[in-house]
Design a protein around this ligand. Structure first.
Ligand code: ZN
Ligand code: ZN
Length: 164
């Protein structure tokens, strides 16, 4: 979705809100396409001193394999992003918070996709305490222990056990 920013850049205190659904279903990450459901975005725009403030709330679901046990799980996220759109940059770096819009229009999908991708969790787990797979037989240890799995013994406990 492209937003025409001319009326915002022309007059201060111009406000508007946009709600839309974004289709990120074609986006591939590490061999999977995690955006299985439409991404919902609520965007508020407000002009101020020749620039436009953009506040976005983006709701999306990621369906990806767990980094430890490889089980595919989906998780819902709701994130807020903030940008200042300017016609010309004055020293600031493009990208990040300040975005230059020399043609006075904004590709909203592209901007929010970048925001969401930059905000991706470093590790995607089915649950915080996922036990992963047995390194020997490959069994999913969340479903119970296998015979070959030996929890590592703490040497201090071992000394205590011998004393007892
Ligand atoms: Zn897991
Ligand atoms: Zn095992």
């Amino acid at each position: 979705m492209e937003i025409d920013l001319r009326r915002f850049l022309k007059a201060d205190e111009t406000e508007d809100a946009v709600s839309c659904e974004l289709d990120f279903s074609g986006v591939e990450l590490g061999g999977v396409k995690p955006f299985c459901a439409p991404v919902k975005a609520k965007v508020r725009l407000k002009s101020f001193a020749g620039s436009v403030e953009l506040r976005a709330r983006v709701e999306y679901t990621l369906a990806m394999p767990c980094d430890r046990c490889a089980e595919t799980v989906s998780k819902e996220y709701a994130k807020d992003f903030f940008h200042i759109l300017v016609k010309e940059l004055e020293g600031e770096e493009d990208g990040g918070e300040v975005i230059s819009v020399p043609e006075e229009k904004l590709d909203l999908d592209q901007l929010l996709l970048e925001d969401v991708l930059l905000d991706m969790p470093g590790q995607f787990l089915c649950r915080e305490d996922c036990k992963g797979l047995c390194p020997q037989c490959g069994k999913n240890l969340n479903e119970g222990f296998c015979g070959c799995y030996q929890p590592e013994t703490d040497p201090r406990l071992e000394v205590l056990r011998q004393l007892l």
